[in-house]
Ligand binder design. Structure first.
Ligand SMILES: Cc1cc2nc3c(=O)[nH]c(=O)nc-3n(C[C@H](O)[C@H](O)[C@H](O)COP(=O)(O)O)c2cc1C
Length: 444
């Protein structure tokens, strides 16, 4: 692959989970977007017009007791991304799939199918499912601890990647003259027997044009970062500001270097709110924040403090002492507890801090472009996940007003470089392990 100048990568969320969960009441916002095919297609096409790298569909496998109503109704990721594959050409399709309540064979097969049908544009966001009630949908009462979930995830990813190599690139000649459909010498069983999984393989789907789907991850604990450094190509993060993003990126890069791997690409989630003047942008931001009811914001906290019932707490008293928390190992839970203590926040203040979009991308198109440039050039990030409060106009503001500025500055592509996601992200196509081994036998 020829080296090319480092450029900003952009992604967005066609299905909105997280962020301002009161924003659906805004007059310009279509409230059924997350389960409306036409709406999601329109959104994906705007992103592709802006030459975005990825569409990312997050997911959870449960409607928990403290669920935010707006988040309880949305398409399943592989299904909606398969539909989007048919109406887009270049943009990458990232699906969350959990390693805690499924078999790697199923995930490998679904992701490989999405990769083949999209012409090599699939990516897997590996999550371990932090919510204990997920197990109750899968006949399991035991929810594994944080560290155990990560150990399972590591073996799970290795099995999936092994299955993706089950057929070499040239395994299906489909030669009508000779009658050879498949060259079975290019098929390889995995025969994996590990601590958690036993899988024979191979998959019944060929290798895709990008070799293997791209791996994303979003853990920020030490264990999460180690897993990302070892196995991920890219990460999502919700670090709060440029300094935190820079610290996170350099920590991750050091961990990856220690393992002889390139640093995963870092995509922080940001919510640009754009106006023709700074005042207009601030007014728009306030309009959206006014829609976030305080108890809705408190519901948002439940994703980090799953076992605690805040309903009897005083919103304006200091953030309560939660006692022993099974979630405390989770990095975002730890982070919020530290912020509440260090800054002496009330329950209301912490809830808004967690649930309202971060303010540092509110401004004119130039100000937002400047901020992106600052992140990118100081290696706080390699790109951005644009969260737009389910308004296509929010995405259009970025595509029509910020993207042209970044392009003029030479920081962002004017057209896709490749038809595969790996090609657009500048990632190597991994050589099939069996092809590589055969080549080594021949040469060595
Ligand atoms: C931007 C972003 C997107 C995420 N998407 C999902 C998701 O779709 N499903 C999920 O269960 N967890 C998701 N997570 C949670 C992480 O995968 C991870 O479980 C969480 O950060 C706790 O792990 P840690 O303690 O290693 O940080 C996401 C996190 C971030 C920052």
């Amino acid at each position: 692959m020829t080296a090319r100048p480092r450029q900003i990568h952009l992604g967005c969320f066609p299905i909105h989970l997280g962020g301002n969960s009161g924003a659906w009441r805004h007059p310009e916002i279509q409230p059924d977007g997350s389960s409306n095919l036409e709406w999601v297609i329109n959104f994906a096409k705007i992103a592709e017009r802006g030459k975005f790298d990825i569409l990312f569909v997050a997911d959870s496998l449960t409607v928990s007791d403290h669920a935010i109503p707006f988040e309880t109704n949305h398409f399943e990721p592989i299904t909606i991304l398969s539909a989007l594959a048919a109406v887009t050409k270049n943009i990458g399709l990232v699906s969350t799939m959990s390693t805690s309540y499924s078999q790697p064979f199923t995930t490998a097969r679904q992701m490989a199918s999405l990769d083949v049908l999209s012409g090599g544009r699939a990516a897997w966001n590996v999550v371990t499912s932090g919510t204990s009630s997920v197990g109750k949908n899968f006949g399991q009462d035991v929810h594994h601890a944080h560290s155990e979930r990560y150990k399972i995830a590591e073996e799970y990813i290795q099995v999936v990647q092994g299955l993706w190599d089950g057929w070499e690139d040239d395994a299906f000649p489909r030669d009508k003259e000779t009658g050879v459909y498949a060259d079975m010498s290019r098929m390889h069983r995995l025969n994996h027997e590990g601590k958690y999984f036993k899988v024979r393989g191979p998959l019944n789907i060929e290798r895709s044009p990008q070799g293997q789907p791209v791996i994303f991850q979003a853990g920020a604990s030490d264990t999460g970062k180690d897993l990302a450094a070892k196995l991920a190509d890219a990460v999502f993060t919700n670090r709060e500001n440029i300094d935190e993003c820079r610290a996170y990126s350099s920590d991750l890069a050091a961990r990856a270097a220690g393992m002889g791997r390139p640093a995963p690409l870092v995509f922080p989630v940001v919510t640009p709110i754009i106006g023709s003047t700074e005042e207009e942008a601030k007014r728009k931001s306030q309009e959206l924040n006014d829609l976030l009811d305080p108890w809705l914001a408190v519901s948002f906290l439940h994703r980090y403090f799953k076992t605690f019932d805040f309903s009897q707490c005083d919103l304006d008293a200091p953030f309560p002492d939660l006692g022993h928390l099974p979630d405390a190992e989770q990095s975002s839970t730890r982070f919020l507890l530290d912020v509440a203590r260090d800054e002496g926040l009330t329950l209301r203040q912490l809830a808004y801090r967690a649930a309202a979009p971060r303010p540092d991308f509110t401004g004119t198109p130039e100000q937002v472009a400047d901020q992106m440039q600052r992140y990118f050039e100081t290696r706080a990030s390699d790109g951005f996940m644009i969260a737009t409060d389910i308004s296509p106009r929010g995405l259009e503001d970025v595509v029509d007003h910020v993207v042209p500025i970044l392009q003029k500055r030479g920081l962002y592509r004017t057209d896709y470089e490749a038809s595969t996601l790996r090609g657009n992200l500048g990632l190597e196509i991994p050589e099939n392990r069996y092809t590589a081994a055969a080549r080594q036998r021949m040469t060595g």
